[in-house]
Design a protein around this ligand. Structure first.
Ligand code: PRP
Ligand code: URA
Length: 209
């Protein structure tokens, strides 16, 4: 069964507070999501394998470490996942980015796919699926199912805010996928919005309504 990691670093918690605040405007919201994504990327890569290399410093030879192992791929779930991409790419510029477009039908709450484009070598990459919100879990579970169909084998899910229902859904459908979040909230409301959450992540990022 997948593990769930809650990143409780004080900087992450501090910034998520302002992301939640309804008085935070679009520009600041976007900047904060970008910053939290970068901080979460720092945490999520903590156990990446290293290998030893030798470099010449101006003084002598030095045995040092560089990243080893599988290359990374990011898969934002459009639209809101896009808001987290640049923050992560600042730390891991060599990561390739696949996109999957899904929206949650407001009536049925079922995810509807409208786009998918992945790197050709996704089967050989460690993939991080990113979306600020994990509510019912329908969108994330479907995105993961689709990218597995396209050959993905090694997947992590990274979200800002999750509801217990969403975590449960992903764990049931994809027991091999570990989940990384900044906060686990109380519940979903009658429209399946996360309570207290942050509202509609896509609308707050892009100023739509
Ligand atoms: C939001 C969010 C997730 C989804 C979460 O996207 O970014 O993808 O809802 O809800 P779920 O866990 O119940 O599936 P939305 O459908 O609003 O699309 P958008 O990003 O295009 O605004
Ligand atoms: N999608 C959002 O953007 N926010 C929620 O609270 C739930 C789904």
């Amino acid at each position: 069964m997948s593990n769930v990691y809650v990143f409780d670093h004080p900087l992450i918690q501090h910034k998520v507070t302002y992301i939640r605040d309804k008085n935070t405007g679009t520009k600041e919201f976007r900047e904060l999501v970008d910053e939290v994504a970068a901080l979460m990327a720092y945490e999520i890569t903590r156990d990446m394998p290293l290998q030893e290399v030798t470099v010449e410093t101006p003084v002598s030879e030095a045995k040092c470490k560089v990243l080893a192992g599988k290359k990374l791929g990011l898969v934002p779930i459009l639209r809101a996942g896009l808001g987290m991409v640049d923050g992560i790419l600042r730390l891991i510029p060599a990561a390739k980015v696949g996109h999957i477009g899904l929206y949650r039908d407001p009536e049925t709450l079922e995810p509807v796919q409208y786009y998918a484009k992945m790197p050709s070598d996704i089967g050989e990459r460690e993939l991080i699926v990113i979306d600020p919100m994990l509510a019912t879990g329908g969108s994330a579970a479907e995105a993961i199912r689709r990218i597995k169909d396209m050959g993905a084998k090694n997947i992590k899910l990274m979200c800002l805010i999750a509801a217990p229902e969403g975590i449960e859904r992903v764990r049931q459908d994809h027991g091999d996928v570990d989940i990384y979040v900044a906060a686990v909230d109380e519940k979903l409301d009658e429209n399946s919005y996360i309570v207290p959450g942050l509202g509609d992540a896509g609308d707050r990022l892009y100023g739509t309504r």
